[in-house]
Design a protein around this ligand. Structure first.
Ligand code: NAD
Ligand code: WQD
Length: 341
């Protein structure tokens, strides 16, 4: 089986490529490296002893994409390529819609031309918006996310639904990720944010390694157990295996057509203070922090109802919070400058 992985050099993509190779799936990565390094693919090849075909290209470049579909016999596409910084998306919304929405349409058009019907999409818990109560369940109506980034994910989910209505061969799975953290247990690949990290764990890890002086905790006056926000953090290797499970689900359901959404999370909410404490315990060192004002757009608490993925994908997030912390630290301490070598 050959799978095209767009955005496969990035954080979740590289871990998923590794899991695919371990499951004897041949992988072609298509990535423009706007937020990643080819070094991640080299390291995946070293870890697995297997070859990855790599094409540097933009998903908006339909001619280049088309050449890739001609060159390889692609059975399915896993589509990670997107811009993902929530704050930045409010500053340059057009780039986000161009990249995430128009780029996805280009990819779907090329897939259609080449009669490739299997599609796995990187969606997000953000599509539930602020209207829905927790825990989030797939049967809920999509909400209104607070950022253009989130809106781009809702738009793509809508596009997939419309495409499925028009094309009875189209088979898509939308995986709604909660908060992926951690790194491969080797410490050879992990999350490598450019500039100041937006997300909690990369920031905590950079404080721990001495690159930043302290963490700012955005708000301690939320209506939660300890006043800080709660999220459903899951290990990136569990998430990677969720993609293998989704591919397997498509293979096990040859008569399926349409779009099926699955939440990928642990089902537990963990607070920011609890994350800091767990990280401190894992590395046996204090993380300096101060409480700052709330960050615009943050919801107090959300986590997944992951029963559908547990039951239908035979998938579960197995790795503990402690392992998420230990693996984050192994990656960060072995690679203080990320993939820059
Ligand atoms: P990432 O930035 O590490 O990976 C995205 C990859 O896509 C990068 O390698 C980047 O170079 C590439 N890319 C971006 N635009 C491209 C384009 N136009 N053409 C080709 N390649 C392009 O991000 P990630 O955290 O690995 O996220 C992967 C996917 O999962 C994204 O779609 C993101 O929106 C989604 N997602 C991420 C999270 C999270 O917390 N990390 C949560 C939910 C959903
Ligand atoms: C987690 C918690 C912050 C940084 C984002 C996207 C979401 C999805 C995952 C893609 C929050 C707090 C953070 C810091 C802090 N991505 N925090 N200090 O916001 O839950 O989700 O990434 O789809 O769409 O919105 O994740 O890691 O940014 O924040 O106190 O320096 O940590 O306020 O409560 P978030 P995050």
């Amino acid at each position: 089986m050959q799978v095209l992985v767009t955005g496969g050099a990035g954080y979740i993509g590289s871990h998923t490529v590794l899991s695919l190779l371990e499951n004897n799936v041949d992988v072609i990565v298509y990535d423009n490296l706007v937020n990643s390094s080819i070094e991640s693919i080299d390291r995946v090849e070293k870890l697995t002893g297997k070859k990855v075909e790599f094409v540097e290209g933009d998903i908006c470049d339909k001619e280049k994409l088309s050449r890739v579909f001609k060159q390889f016999s692609i059975d399915a596409v896993i589509h990670f390529a997107a811009l993902k910084a929530v704050g930045e998306s409010a500053e340059i919304p057009l780039s986000y819609y161009q990249n995430n929405v128009h780029g996805t349409v280009c990819l779907l058009e090329v897939m259609q031309q080449h009669k490739v019907h299997n599609f796995i999409f990187s969606s997000s818990a953000t599509v539930y918006g602020e209207e829905n109560n927790v825990p989030y369940v797939e049967t809920m109506k999509l909400g209104t996310p607070s950022s253009p980034y989130g809106a781009s994910k809702v738009m793509v989910e809508r596009i997939l639904a419309d495409l499925a209505l028009s094309d009875s061969k189209f088979r898509a799975v939308s995986l709604r990720y909660f908060n992926p953290i951690g790194a491969h247990e080797s410490g050879a690949i992990g999350e490598d944010p450019k500039g100041i990290p937006n997300n909690l764990l990369p920031y905590v890890a950079q404080v721990a390694v001495g690159k930043r002086d302290k963490l700012r905790i955005f708000g301690d006056d939320y209506p939660t157990k300890d006043g800080s926000c709660e999220r459903d953090y899951l290990h990136v290797m569990d998430l990677a295996q969720g993609h293998v499970a989704a591919l397997d689900w498509l293979n096990r359901h040859p008569d399926f057509s349409g779009v099926e959404a699955f939440n990928l999370g642990t089902g537990n909410g963990v607070s920011v203070f609890a994350i800091v404490k767990a990280f401190e315990q894992a590395i046996n060192k204090k993380i300096p922090f101060e409480v700052s004002p709330r960050r615009v757009g943050d919801l107090p608490a959300f986590w997944a109802n992951a029963s559908k993925a547990n039951k239908e994908l035979n998938w579960q997030a197995n790795r503990s919070l402690e392992q998420m912390m230990t693996d984050t630290w192994r990656w960060q301490s072995k690679n203080p400058n990320g993939f820059l070598i």
